[in-house]
Design a protein around this ligand. Structure first.
Ligand code: SAH
Length: 369
């Protein structure tokens, strides 16, 4: 992957060899079809799906309700190895875990598990790299390698679920309660795979993992036509918009896709989503010292968001290689919060996890050394 020229946007992912077909790419009906096509009983699809999504059992030896002679055949037809862990880094006494994965073609991606007292969130990647070129984001600086398949996206969550179920994360056995599409990539630039992945995540076993829609967040730089498509899906996931500036002049620089769809258009699409779903839209705003944290920008942001179904997440900027920017001074951050509150806009400052393992927002860059 090479450094991107400022402002260059890549929407079309390079074509590479397709990842092998996997159970999680398919609906339950399609899984049945695949099995009958290779001469296996269709009802094995539900059994196998339960092992995958419900019991999180990936070892054919554990599939005791399936005849020994069929287990290997089923594994080959439905559960090829999609990704192998290359490295695992932990922080916060083991409750934050970043995994570097190698995909079948050597592409690298990362996912992050974050366990809190009341929930466990998986932050997943949707593309290897990213074409959106935001200058403060390490992923954006590396460029786009390729789109991920539905199953490659889902497998990150299933892998996290297995780790938790097996008690490998401090705090005892647990479940993945939340998923955020905030890892590498622009989810809405890989629209179809991401929407299928959302279906696999929310539908109950044997169809999928059975995670609550309200606990799934799709984050976007603001691809307006794709937000409109999402609005029409009749899903109830949380939409997060990476705004980072309330004015077009600065946003053109920080989020280059703003030159296609500006602040007004992005917010318009976000309010339509909120109107359709009744769900509060998250506005992500990385606070960058002396760049986007001035009092007047806080005020302008407050004015633009006032009265809307919205919640602002302020993220103290995480350091990335080669970036000259740093996080805001504490007093400027506090003033920014107060200004938004004065406009009646709900706001929290994100408790960033995993900074010391380059696992925090904007730090995922996926290299092996
Ligand atoms: N492409 C999507 C998904 C990535 S989410 C999107 O941009 O929304 C990752 C979030 O972290 C985004 O809000 C992104 O803008 C933010 N981010 C990127 N670099 C960051 C950094 N260095 N510090 C803090 N947040 C950052």
């Amino acid at each position: 992957m090479s450094a991107q020229k400022p402002g260059v946007l890549v929407f079309e992912a390079p074509r590479r060899g397709k990842p092998p077909r996997h159970l999680a790419d398919l609906t339950l009906a399609e899984r049945k079809q695949v099995l009958t096509d290779v001469g296996l009983p269709g009802f094995r699809a539900a059994q196998l799906s339960k092992h995958y999504f419900d019991r999180l059992e990936d070892d054919p030896q554990g599939w005791t309700d399936i005849p020994l002679t069929q287990r290997e055949q089923l594994r080959q037809a439905m559960l090829p190895t999609l990704m192998t862990p290359v490295r695992e880094l932990t922080a916060d006494q083991g409750t934050t875990r970043k995994t570097l994965w190698k995909l079948h073609d050597g592409a690298l991606v990362e996912s992050v598990l974050m366990r809190y007292p009341d929930r466990t969130t998986m932050c997943v990647s949707s593309q290897a790299g990213c074409g959106m070129n935001c200058p403060f984001c390490a992923t954006g600086q590396a460029g786009l390698t390729r789109n991920m398949s539905t199953a490659e996206i889902v497998e990150q969550v299933v892998a996290g679920a297995r780790t938790l179920a097996r008690g490998e994360v401090p705090g005892g056995p647990g479940r993945v309660s939340n998923v955020v599409f905030m890892g590498m990539g622009e989810p809405l630039a890989n629209y179809r795979a991401v929407i299928s992945a959302v279906h696999r995540l929310i539908e109950p076993a044997p169809e999928g993992l059975g995670i609550s829609q309200r606990h799934i967040t799709v984050s976007t730089v603001g691809l307006v036509p794709a937000i409109e498509r999402l609005t029409a899906e009749n899903l109830n996931v949380t939409l997060a918009v990476s705004l980072h500036a309330p004015d077009d002049e600065l946003r053109d620089e920080l989020v280059p896709v703003n030159t296609r769809w500006n602040v007004g258009e992005v917010l318009g699409a976000a309010w339509d989503y909120a109107g359709q779903t009744g769900r509060r839209v998250s506005i992500e705003y990385a606070l960058i010292k002396d760049i986007n944290d001035q009092a007047w920008r806080a005020d302008l942001l407050g004015k633009r968001l006032k009265g809307k179904l919205v919640h602002v997440n302020l993220i103290p900027l995480n350091p990335t290689p080669g970036s000259k920017w740093t996080a805001s001074r504490p007093e400027d951050e506090a003033a920014f919060v107060r200004t938004l509150q004065a406009h009646g806009v709900p706001v929290t400052v994100r408790d960033t996890r995993g900074r010391e393992i380059d696992g925090a927002c904007g730090q995922l860059a996926a290299h092996e050394d």
